[in-house]
Write a protein that binds this ligand. Structure first.
Ligand SMILES: C[S@@+](CC[C@H](N)C(=O)[O-])C[C@H]1O[C@@H](n2cnc3c(N)ncnc32)[C@H](O)[C@@H]1O
Length: 202
C-alpha cells in the first residue's frame, strides 16, 4: 500500500516505546536540559549514564553510582569512548550514600533496578537501600525534576523490591509530587515497568 508522504516523514524518527528503559529515556529527553545536574543511581554497563551525559552536555554534571567494580569500569570505558568522561563523576558506592556525595539540586535521577546484564545475577538492587536512595533523591529534586524507576518484578527478589518501591511512591504527598505507574497491559505481570515521580513545578 502506498503511504502518505507526510505520515511516512513524521514516523521516521519515532522510537518504539516497548520497554521501561526506552519509556524512561522518552521522559528524560523532555525534561533534562544542557547544564543540568542529574544522577544515575545504578550505572551498570553505562548506557543510562551515557544517555544522561548527552542530555546535560559539556556544562552539565552526572553522578553515577554502582557497587560493582565491573559496572564502574564498563561505564568509564563507554564514557571515554564517547569523549564525555569529564562531565560524569563515577561513585563506586551504594546509591544509599548519595546525600554525602551529590552536592547540587537535581533535575533528574534514573533508577534502573535489578542485576547487571551480562554480570552476576545474584548482585541485585534491594528494597531497603533502593528506598533509602529514593528518599534522598527526592529531597534534592528541583521543582519539575523527575525520577524514573524501572522495576523488574520477574527475578527473585524483584517483586519484593517493586512492592516496597510502590508503597514508598504511593505515600508521597500529592501536593508536592506527581506519581505515575506505566505498565503494559498486554504483557505478563512479571514484565518490567516504569514508575515516574515528578516534584510538582511550583
Ligand atoms: C539493571 S543494572 C543497571 C543498568 C544500567 N543502568 C545500564 O544502563 O547498563 C542494575 C545495577 O544496579 C547495581 N546495584 C545494585 N545495588 C546497588 C546499590 N545499592 N547502589 C548502586 N548500584 C547498585 C548493580 O550492580 C547493577 O549494575
Amino acid at each position: 500500500m502506498k503511504r502518505d508522504g507526510n505520515i511516512a516523514d513524521n514516523n521516521r524518527d519515532v522510537v518504539d516505546l516497548r520497554g521501561a528503559v526506552t519509556l524512561a529515556h522518552h521522559f528524560l529527553k523532555g525534561r533534562v536540559r544542557p547544564g543540568d545536574r542529574v544522577v544515575d543511581a545504578t550505572c551498570g554497563n553505562g548506557n543510562d549514564t551515557l544517555f544522561l551525559a548527552g542530555l546535560v552536555g559539556a556544562e552539565g554534571r552526572v553522578w553515577a553510582f554502582d557497587i560493582q567494580e565491573d559496572a564502574i569500569s564498563n561505564t568509564a570505558a563507554l564514557l571515554a569512548g564517547h569523549g564525555c568522561s569529564s562531565r560524569v563523576e563515577l561513585a563506586p558506592v551504594g546509591h544509599e550514600n548519595l546525600l554525602g556525595l551529590v552536592t547540587e539540586p537535581l533535575s533528574a535521577a534514573v533508577f534502573n533496578l535489578g542485576f547487571l546484564p551480562g554480570g552476576d545475577r545474584k548482585c541485585i538492587t534491594r528494597a531497603e537501600t533502593t528506598v533509602a536512595a529514593l528518599e534522598q533523591v527526592v529531597s534534592m529534586l528541583v521543582p519539575g525534576g523527575i525520577v524514573t524507576i524501572a522495576l523488574y518484578p520477574g527475578h527473585d527478589g524483584g517483586d519484593e523490591e517493586a512492592d516496597a518501591v510502590e508503597r514508598w511512591a504511593a505515600a508521597l504527598p500529592p501536593h508536592d509530587f506527581n506519581v505515575w505507574r506505566h505498565r503494559q497491559l498486554n504483557r505478563s505481570t512479571a514484565a518490567p515497568y516504569l514508575l515516574l515521580v515528578e516534584r510538582r513545578p511550583s
